[in-house]
Write a protein that binds this ligand. Structure first.
Ligand code: ADP
Ligand code: ZN
Ligand code: MG
Length: 600
């Protein structure tokens, strides 16, 4: 629900300090970050006026960790302000439905609940038009190390390598290895991407040149491109160093697919691509970029030699949340009764920034009550506050939703365990993840496979429908969470007939013309008779129905296992390794499974 602002009157001027005060006292509803000013609207209960303010200047080359401008995004975030960045004016509309990632797809449909586009930008006032206004932190001055980042161990491990490239570059150069130039950090807002990038620079003890994507793109055509050039030139002079481009999506959007084309952005992107080709990783410059919308990035950015490494920075699981809480609780005096593990249990779906905010809210609460230490009661109250603010921008599931997701994912896994083919389920998770999933089931292929056999294809259909089938069996009704599975299953069933010639009665006839080889999903139907179309539809539906029946049969037969596995999953949030394998080994095959797999 949006609250209407009063008719567009010109915004009143206000002082930057007033703005900050208003943010801090949670009076601000919405803020638009422009390159030279911030326009914001107060909440209706505070009069809903519009104001405009000039941010304080940040000096280029400032070696100190900068003050306001740097912290503004997190300040806004922690006070629940809706932030609009004009460079990125089309946020993905995303309902919560269709978010359940299906089996076998490591990366499914990306749907980001990125209402808050993690904007860091637009604050610096232009320093001469074409000059990059990067914030520069010198040698080790980001003051951040890996010890400050918790709960994202996989990402840390991958970045450890980058630290080594930067600090021991000679080792790699000697042996003739090419050091990668670009690393892309991908993940939902507030998970610590910016923090990680700073930590890499801190660990390696190299300068950190940071700029936000939206800062490149300004009113004047050509400014962005020359800022990119300037940024890279400065970086080369300071090598070894890190260039950090936050919100890469603001410049990296796919070119040429928007009607009202943005020349400026295209030029900026082209310049970025050119610059990335023009230097050698062995020069000691590594470009780190962050985005929470990888799906809209221009494919050219991900080519080898550019951002060829992608590091997923995801929402933390329970133990990760406990670690993050520990990091942020370090400077806080905690009461005896505070149990950080218990807090971690209650905060499923929180990102690192939310947890940092939670600790701070609890500390504020304790101070307000004139206490010497923060008590568990303060945390309880803070959780409620934070959750209320969170509901808008990220997913906090109700207990029933959580159960639904758990049964759904276990359903996929149990059905998948019986199906032939490559790869068994290796992980089930109900930690709401950045990849647009409320939960996911991960099926790891054991070897690269290029052909899918007929029975494997049927098995996949059943596995895809396993989630929905579990919901039906357990709750007697279904949710919207299976829409992505259903879409995938339908596509696959249709392709089996129209492209792979797997229908015995229709035979090896291609009904699709694959028009663009490199783009999936662009095939068009050949001209066919309407009877043929009816027959295709009928068979697609029939095959899906059979797969659905089989999934139901599997789960009905293994009803007790479905129950016990789900209870474990609800408790631990993640099932993997030995525990998962022992569950999957107990799945029994229903009658008729082999016959169906063989013949359909
Ligand atoms: P992102 O760039 O992914 O949106 P940030 O790096 O800006 O997120 O995170 C904002 C703040 O939230 C950080 O400054 C830090 O205080 C806290 N935070 C986020 N993730 C973590 C984490 N994994 N460990 C510790 N603190 C975190
Ligand atoms: Zn599913
Ligand atoms: Mg960030």
């Amino acid at each position: 629900m949006k609250t209407e602002t009063p008719l567009q009157s010109a915004p009143q001027q206000s002082a930057y300090s007033t703005f900050i005060e208003q943010v801090k006292s949670s009076q601000v509803q919405q803020a638009t970050l422009k390159s030279d000013r911030i326009e914001y609207t107060l909440k209706p209960e505070f009069g809903a006026q519009r104001y405009s303010t000039q941010p304080v200047k940040t000096q280029p080359g400032n070696t100190q960790s900068t003050g306001q401008a740097e912290d503004l995004p997190s300040l806004l975030r922690s006070h629940g302000v809706d932030v609009v960045t004009p460079a990125d004016s089309a946020p993905t509309p995303a309902g919560w439905m269709g978010l359940v990632l299906s089996v076998g797809m490591l990366v499914g449909t990306f749907v980001w609940l990125a209402k808050f586009s993690n904007a860091g930008g637009g604050m610096g006032i232009g320093m001469g038009v074409g000059k990059s206004n990067a914030r520069v932190y010198n040698q080790g001055k980001t003051g951040t190390t890996f010890a400050d980042v918790a709960g994202v161990d996989e990402a840390k491990q991958e970045l450890q390598e980058v630290v080594d490239f930067l600090s021991n570059g000679e080792k790699y150069r000697k042996i003739g290895a090419k050091i990668p130039k670009g690393v892309l950090l991908v993940g939902p807002p507030g998970t610590g991407k910016t923090l990680l990038a700073k930590a890499v620079a801190g660990e390696a003890g190299v300068p950190f040149l940071s700029m936000s994507g939206s800062e490149f793109v300004e009113l004047y055509v050509g400014v962005g491109a020359s800022r990119v050039r300037d940024l890279f030139n400065r970086a080369k002079r300071q090598a070894p160093c890190i260039i950090f481009i936050d919100e890469l999506d603001a410049i990296g959007k796919t070119r040429g697919n928007n009607l009202n084309g943005n020349d400026e952005r295209e030029q900026t992107l082209n310049q970025l691509l050119t610059e990335m080709d023009g230097f050698d990783g062995n020069d000691g410059v590594i470009v780190v970029a962050a985005t929470n919308r990888p799906e809209i990035l221009d494919p050219a950015l991900r080519r080898p030699g550019r951002f060829d490494r992608q590091v997923l920075v995801d929402r933390p699981d329970k133990s990760g949340r406990a670690e993050i809480l520990q990091v942020h609780a370090r400077p806080v005096s905690l009461g005896e009764d505070v149990d950080l593990d218990a807090i971690a249990t209650q905060t499923a779906g929180f990102a690192g920034a939310d947890l940092a905010n939670l600790v701070n809210e609890a500390a504020l609460m304790a101070a307000r009550h004139n206490r010497q230490a923060v008590l568990m009661a303060d945390f309880k109250e803070a959780i409620e506050r934070v959750v209320a603010g969170l509901e808008k921008r990220s997913r906090v599931l109700t207990p029933l939703e959580r159960q639904t997701v758990a049964y759904h994912e276990v359903g996929h896994a149990l059905v998948g365990a019986l199906m032939p083919g490559n790869g068994k389920v290796s992980k089930i998770s109900i930690v709401p993840r950045g990849l647009g999933a409320l939960g996911y089931t991960l099926q790891m292929p054991e070897v690269d496979r290029f052909l899918l056999l007929e029975d494997e294809l049927r098995g996949q259909l059943a596995t895809l429908l396993g989630g929905r089938s579990a919901e039906e069996i357990v709750f007697g009704k279904v949710s919207t969470g299976a829409s992505d599975d259903i879409q995938k299953a339908t596509d696959l069933a249709e392709r089996a007939i129209t492209q792979y010639g797997m229908s015995p009665s229709l035979g090896p006839v291609a009904f699709e013309k694959n028009s663009a080889q490199f783009l999936e999903g662009t095939s068009t139907r050949r001209t066919i008779s309407s009877e043929m179309a009816v027959e295709i539809d009928r068979q697609v539906k029939q095959n899906l129905d059979k797969a659905h029946d089989m999934a139901l049969a599997v789960l009905q037969l293994n009803r007790a296992l479905l129950e016990s596995a789900t209870q474990v999953l609800l408790e631990t949030e993640v099932l993997e390794g030995k525990e998962l394998r022992s569950i999957l080994a107990q799945v029994q095959a229903p009658m008729g499974l082999d016959a169906w797999l063989a013949k359909g």
